[in-house]
Write a protein that binds this ligand. Structure first.
Ligand code: SAH
Ligand code: SF4
Length: 350
């Protein structure tokens, strides 16, 4: 069905819809509960609503919004990736990772990305458009429904898929607020994490709004010369300015900031960068996530060898920085950021 995407509506929007239909106000609560608690996929299964209302809902709103176009599961079964097609045929990716007791969904906030980081498959696509809050919410609901079928549930949401969430701040935060609503999906804020490339004014805004959502910053280099090459927006918000915003965040929120670092052989995996990182992060409540680069079609860089990963980590630990080396998951299904979408584009172009 065409019409507005149902997941774009806030609770207040539903109140207004039912007021306009001369229906009692409690209908809004019923729909909200059906969509976000019972995870009803369409109005047809909202059995506490009268048939007439269900039909009107089905005729007036789009309850799908995202159509799974390609679905893949990694050979070890831990990672599932879905390439969704949006109403305008643009494509975004969502990844579900199952490890230990965790069920983590990694969601996209834009089709493509305008930040142009050369090592990133999404950056190589360029910016196509922002997703709406409903398109962001629908990615989470898709996997929440899937898990519910086997009596399982999501434990973590990470905003680390395609796009720069702080370039699409309003829709991203509206989506998370909708998912965190205690009367609806009821997801705990502290189980969600937003990863940003480092848009300083938006980090400041996020800090001032005082949510409990975790923040991760993609650092990848600790000298301005190198970081500006890897992350062009560093020219606008260089490392000293970024550091100020990060410190303000950790001091105001008292939450630990995550710093992300994709290790690229002979680019950012040397002693000098590790030492510069230790100096940059000194006195900050933070943790470094190191992950060997996922090679992409449009970038010649390669992941660091295990030996160099170990040496890098040692410098951080000696400098008093806590650090986790992440395992690259879902490599066989192009589960890296933007990789399935670019692969699909390339396949279409042939
Ligand atoms: N735009 C946001 C969030 C999406 S990218 C950001 O940049 O933080 C999520 C993470 O994946 C970021 O840390 C990003 O730098 C990293 N990433 C992108 N391409 C990668 C690659 N090829 N290998 C490893 N990590 C990559
Ligand atoms: Fe965009 Fe993040 Fe990729 Fe940079 S790393 S191009 S900000 S998605």
């Amino acid at each position: 069905m065409s019409g507005p995407l149902a997941y774009d509506l806030s609770f207040e929007d539903w109140v207004a819809v039912f007021a306009g239909w001369n229906e009692p106000r409690y209908r809004a609560r019923q729909v909200w509960s059906q969509l976000y608690r019972r995870l009803a996929p369409t109005p047809a299964s909202m059995m506490d609503l009268p048939a007439g209302v269900r039909q009107k809902l089905a005729e007036s709103f789009d309850f799908s919004g995202l159509r799974p176009h390609i679905e893949r599961t990694s050979s070890d079964g831990t990672t599932e990736k879905t390439l969704f097609r949006l109403a305008d045929q643009k494509e975004v990716e969502t990844v579900l990772m199952r490890y230990d007791q965790r069920r983590t969904v990694c969601i996209s906030t834009q089709a493509g990305c305008g930040m142009g980081c050369p090592f990133c498959a999404t950056g190589q696509m360029g910016f196509l458009r922002h997703l709406t809050s409903g398109e962001i919410v629908a990615q989470v609901l898709h996997f929440a429904r899937r898990l519910a079928q086997s009596g399982d549930r999501l434990t973590n949401i990470v905003v680390m898929g395609m796009g720069e969430p702080f370039h699409n701040y309003d829709a991203t935060l509206a989506a998370l607020d909708r998912l965190h609503d205690a009367d609806g999906f009821g997801f705990a804020e502290r189980r969600s994490t937003i990863s940003t490339v480092g848009l300083v004014p938006m980090i400041d805004r996020f800090t001032s709004e005082r949510r409990q959502i975790n923040l991760a910053v993609s650092l990848h280099a600790a000298t301005d010369e190198l970081r500006s090459k890897m992350i062009p927006i560093n020219q606008r918000y260089p490392l000293p300015v970024l550091r100020e915003a990060c410190r303000n965040y950790t001091e105001t929120s008292r939450r630990r900031l995550t710093l992300e670092w994709a290790l690229i052989e002979d680019v950012n995996d040397g002693q000098d960068q590790a030492e510069a990182l230790v100096a940059w992060a000194r006195g900050m409540l933070c943790h470094v996530n190191v992950i060997p680069l996922n090679p992409t079609r449009g970038y010649a860089g390669q992941p660091s060898t295990q030996h160099r990963v170990g040496a890098f980590r040692e410098v951080l630990e000696r400098g008093g920085l806590s650090c986790t080396v992440r395992v690259r998951r879902g490599l066989d299904i192009q589960a890296g950021c933007g990789q399935l979408a670019t692969e699909n584009q390339a396949a279409l172009a042939v």
